[in-house]
Design a protein around this ligand. Structure first.
Ligand code: PEP
Ligand code: MG
Length: 558
């Protein structure tokens, strides 16, 4: 047994087989290997198509629930493309006539089809080129599964992904039907990938460096993300111990589930709302299961990821409508596009920057490219008719930005009025307080908006000059730093002065050692990843604010 130590970036224990993350199936699996064993390659191709069809069926069913039948149809189209006779004949012919392996035959077929479609002067057909690439990648990935697991039960094997790093969009690609956790050489607890993992309770250990060795591919591993430990080829005693630990952890969840339907109220009667952070529409199931009071942060940039072009107004509208309808009358705070820094999206063609966290990101991109911003605002406003939506703007540094935003929002509203399209005329707007500048002008900002949401992930990064992505300085990323606590206090005081709602949506909102402080400061809402909702509810319900107030305020005083 080998023991790897790193940082546990989520909570949970997972058992599985280690597989290297294929950054790009086409690069890794498409080399030509000469073979005369045509039967075997054809059989492999057929089996992979069958598995791919099964995956597409599952995706279709999930997508109907998530985004509606109309948009889910793409998975049916993909199934038809896999069965397309020309596509199939091309793969067979390359295997037989060029004596090549099945992976290469699929790769070459994809390239040929993409080229043919791309040359046609028809937008619709040109777009099909990326669908061909997509289905071909899926078929190749199914082949790689069946080959390396060497087992017919391919789709059912539990996999633990090993990788140098994972970007947020790569994370979204993981098929969690069989991927049960991941281990990365790099990474930080505050990156968006770690945030996404926590949101779906996926065990992961990051920052393990060279301890993760290529020869571990295919080994049995256990991830204990509570302890930040990975066991490679674990012995019987370790397996038994971790199974027990997992049982205890499941038992705790079971006990917490008794708090569903209970109020978020302290023993001395102070109320707070515990809401959910959401990055993907598929998180909604967990949001409702964990009994969130609403959605405190919907990170809309993830709608823009893992696609080849900007989502249209209508596509966005459907998603926002779906989210708010599912949440019924509960509040849904949609944060406008916060692209940039670690959330890179290819088709935005963002510039390479030396210091992207301080560069072209968030509201700066939206104000610079109002056509993208206006499309999103129109979609949100239209969806506001179907529930209780509020709009949140990220990365604010100045009053001027807020005034520009309000001006653009007004223009969009007027356009909708002209077209007689309905929207919530009293829609509330808020700003993220995640830069030191926003903290110190929070009295000025409070006069302009309906609510604040404190984003401690970025606030800590910018205040303590610690890159949240950089594992070398991660030990300095300290949300409990007195400077941060004092900033939070100041923002809460200014929010109270102007009688506006104050929320905390950074990862610190889920930190139980901070709950009493937030209550003392009069925070109205904590927005956390769904798996943490009931734990924080328990903490709130056990707290007596009057008995801790004096001591906490003394510690925070200047
Ligand atoms: C934050 O910065 O605290 C925040 C919630 O936003 P994000 O993590 O998406 O940058
Ligand atoms: Mg932020």
């Amino acid at each position: 047994m080998n023991v790897i130590k790193g940082i546990g970036a989520s909570e949970g224990i997972a058992f599985g087989e280690l597989r290297a993350f294929k950054k790009d199936y086409f690069n890794i699996n498409s080399e030509k290997i000469y073979t005369k064993d045509h039967e075997k390659e054809i059989e492999k191709y057929k089996k992979s198509c069958k598995l791919a069809m099964k995956q597409l069926d599952d995706l279709y069913k999930e997508a109907i629930a998530d985004i509606g039948e109309e948009h889910a149809t793409i998975f049916q189209v993909h199934k038809m493309m896999i069965e397309d006779i020309d596509y199939t004949n091309s793969v067979m012919s390359i295997i037989i006539n060029e004596n090549s392996n099945a992976e290469y035959a699929v790769y070459m077929t994809s390239r040929n089809f993409e080229r043919t479609f791309g040359e046609l002067d028809n937008d619709y057909i040109q777009q099909r080129a990326s669908d061909v690439r997509d289905i071909s990648k899926r078929i190749i990935s199914c082949m790689s599964l069946s080959r390396s697991s060497n087992n017919k039960n391919t789709g059912k094997t539990n996999i633990i992904i090993g990788s140098d790093d994972l970007t947020p969009s790569e994370f979204l690609e993981l098929d969690r039907n069989f991927i049960k956790g991941f281990v990365t050489m790099l990474g930080s607890k505050n990156s968006h990938t770690s945030i996404l993992a926590r949101a779906v309770n996926l065990p992961c250990v990051i920052g393990v460096g060279g301890q993760l060795r290529p020869e571990y591919e295919g080994y049995k591993v256990i991830i204990d993300s509570f302890a930040g430990t990975v066991y490679v080829s674990p012995d019987k005693i370790t397996v038994k111990r971790l199974k027990k630990k997992k049982e205890l952890c499941d038992r705790r969840q079971e006990l917490l589930s008794r708090l569903k339907g209970k109020e978020d109220i302290t023993t001395d009667g102070q109320k707070i709302e515990i809401c959910a952070n959401v990055s993907h529409i598929s998180d909604l199931k967990a949001v409702r299961e964990c009994d969130a009071r609403g959605i405190g942060l919907f990170r809309s940039e993830f709608i823009f990821m893992n696609r080849s072009d900007y989502p249209t107004e209508d596509e966005q509208f459907q998603i926002y409508k779906k989210v708010t309808t599912k949440m019924e009358a509960k509040r849904v705070v949609i944060r406008t596009l916060d692209v940039g820094a670690d959330k890179k999206i290819k088709y935005f063609s963002l510039p390479e920057e030396v210091n992207p966290a301080m560069g072209y990101r968030g509201i700066r991109v939206c104000l610079d490219r109002p056509e993208i911003f206006k499309t999103q605002l129109r979609a949100i406003l239209r969806a506001s008719m179907f529930g209780n939506i509020e709009i949140l703007f990220p990365m604010i540094c100045s009053l001027d930005e807020v005034l520009k935003i309000k001006h653009i929002l007004q223009e969009v509203k007027q356009d909708l009025d002209k077209s007689e399209i309905e929207y919530d005329k009293n829609i509330k707007i808020g700003v993220m307080i995640e830069t030191p500048a926003a903290v110190f002008i929070s009295d000025v900002l409070a006069a302009e908006v309906d609510f604040f949401s404190i984003g401690t992930n970025d606030l800590v990064q910018y205040s303590l000059a610690v890159d949240r992505q950089n594992d070398k300085v991660n030990f300095m990323f300290n949300p409990h730093h007195k400077a941060i606590l004092r900033m939070i206090k100041l923002v809460c005081e200014n929010a109270k002065k102007f009688n506006i709602r104050i929320a905390v949506c950074g990862e610190i909102a889920a930190d139980e050692s901070m709950t009493e402080i937030f209550l003392v400061l009069g925070v109205n809402e904590l927005s956390v990843s769904s798996p943490f909702i009931l734990g924080i509810r328990k903490k709130v319900r056990e707290t007596n604010v009057s008995s801790v107030r004096e001591e906490i305020l003394k510690n925070l005083s200047f």
